[in-house]
Design a protein around this ligand. Structure first.
Ligand code: SF4
Ligand code: SF4
Length: 448
């Protein structure tokens, strides 16, 4: 399929769209967001973002309010953590992440009062530098799952940026949290965008939405009609449309050079809920302490979009939504890119947009068989990689071949595994291959 862009980006070339059509299973999409009551405790891990872990700024037994600073790091790549509740710090303990790492977590017991920290007030923003500085102290990170500190993304040289893309694709099955943001809070999304454009001088913003969300497209188009700088760009519903490099290529026709960033090709990309949080924060000054997650899966009694306090234990969230039967698999995020969670005491953190609990659906996987050389993994990879060759090169630990095959460009979308008729664990192999290649390249640099 070929699309052409008009207007300010009209000079860009046409692009071919790749990816797969997968069942959406977005049964929660038309359910208005419900709010979860205060949990018995919130657990705030000091690493809820890409970059350095925060250091606890409170001591055991300290009283904190809603919005009180709980974690901070002097490292540039980090994002402050704030209390979502008023209450007492019960303990600072170690916590294990699902990827095997461990860290500190601050555990707070709510007092039920939800007293707001007296320091909270709307930030004073007069120019782009003060906007970036304000967002630096907002705790906002990429809310589509990436967790990259938002202020750091904004703190780039914007002189060559001609388009601020806002990602409302939400291509992962089951998830409808971004969709609810678009239909429930279009004003804060547009306030965030117009402030960013006003102060940065970036001339244009495109809100990119898959064509299976007509209500959001129509609503945002209507509401942005008065601002000629903002438009809605409709994309075909294909997975993984929302991956940053995929959406960039499919909207603008531009490809990021290997080892480069979107800013190298004149674009910024923010998740739509992240942009909305910027708009909200500018109005009320409350840092990020809550977020919406989609709770679904065949083990869930009442699937819904739920606003949770960050740090709410997964087990309490599942209990609130009701379990039809004991889940055999719990996933944080979507079914394609999410992470299996074994500890139900673990908390919901900032980048989490979904919580799925399965009793049967996706748990029973068929046996892996030999590759039949059908080429489906290659034809459908959105990054035009050859996953089966990467898998074989990784099995040989062949650094040169992995480099040649550009294993580092994988966006971990899982499409290759999904389409493989032999059920080869391709995505997992490519993920390992990518880490292996990066580690070997790092070692080679250090030896030089
Ligand atoms: S190789 Fe990576 S980018 Fe390509 S389909 Fe597989 S997981 Fe997605
Ligand atoms: S999709 Fe599976 S069976 Fe087909 S070429 Fe790739 S690895 Fe082989």
């Amino acid at each position: 399929m070929v699309r052409l862009l008009g207007g300010a980006l009209g000079r860009l070339r046409s692009v071919e769209l790749r990816g797969v059509r997968i069942p959406h299973n977005k049964a929660t999409a038309e359910l208005a967001t419900t709010r979860m009551p205060l949990p018995t405790q919130v657990i705030l891990p000091m690493h809820q973002h890409v970059g350095a872990s925060c250091v606890p700024q409170v001591k055991r037994r300290a009283h904190v309010d809603v919005g009180t600073l709980i974690g901070h790091s002097d490292a540039r790549m980090s994002a402050d953590i704030f209390s979502p509740v008023s209450g007492t710090v019960r303990e600072i303990r170690s916590i294990h992440y699902s990827d095997g790492r461990s860290d500190e977590a601050v555990v707070i017991v709510p007092d039920g009062e939800q007293t707001v920290d007296s320091a909270i007030c709307p930030p004073e923003v007069t120019d782009y530098a003060s906007l970036v500085e304000a967002v630096r102290h907002s705790g906002i990170v990429g809310l589509g799952g990436a967790g990259f500190p938002t202020w750091l993304k904004m703190d780039s040289d914007l002189s060559s940026i001609d388009c601020w893309l806002v990602n409302g694709a939400e291509c992962e099955p089951y998830l409808s949290s971004d969709y609810r943001e678009m239909v429930e809070n279009p004003q804060t999304i547009l306030h965030g965008i117009s402030t960013c454009l006003d102060l940065s001088g970036v001339p244009r913003s495109l809100i990119c939405i898959e064509d299976n969300k007509p209500k959001a497209i129509e609503l945002l188009r209507q509401m942005a009609a008065d601002d000629p700088r903002i438009d809605v760009f409709t994309l075909p519903a294909r997975y993984p449309q929302g991956a940053s490099r995929v959406i960039l290529r499919n909207v603008t026709g531009r490809s990021v050079p290997r080892g480069g960033h979107l800013t190298d090709v004149g674009a910024l990309l923010f998740n739509v809920t992240t942009m909305s949080e910027i708009g909200r924060f500018l109005q009320d000054g409350m840092p990020l302490t809550k977020r919406r997650i989609t709770v679904m899966g065949d083990a869930i009694e009442r699937p819904q979009n739920l606003e949770v306090f960050i740090g709410t234990p997964i087990g309490e969230t599942l209990e609130f939504c009701g379990l039809k039967e004991e889940p055999r698999k719990v996933v944080i995020g979507g079914p394609m890119m999410g992470i299996t969670q074994t500890e139900l005491d673990a908390p919901i953190t900032r980048p989490n947009s979904g919580l799925l609990a399965f009793a049967h659906d996706v748990v029973d996987r068929p046996q892996t068989t030999a590759c039949i050389r059908c080429g489906a993994c290659i034809d459908n990879c959105p990054m035009r990689l050859t996953p089966i060759s990467i898998q074989k090169a990784y099995q040989r630990r062949d650094v040169e071949d992995l480099d040649e095959l550009m294993a580092d460009l994988c966006v971990e979308c899982g499409t290759c595994s999904y389409v493989c008729p032999a059920k080869q664990p391709l995505a997992q192999s490519v993920r390992f291959a990518r880490s292996f290649l990066r580690a070997e390249q790092r070692k080679a640099r250090e030896r030089r």
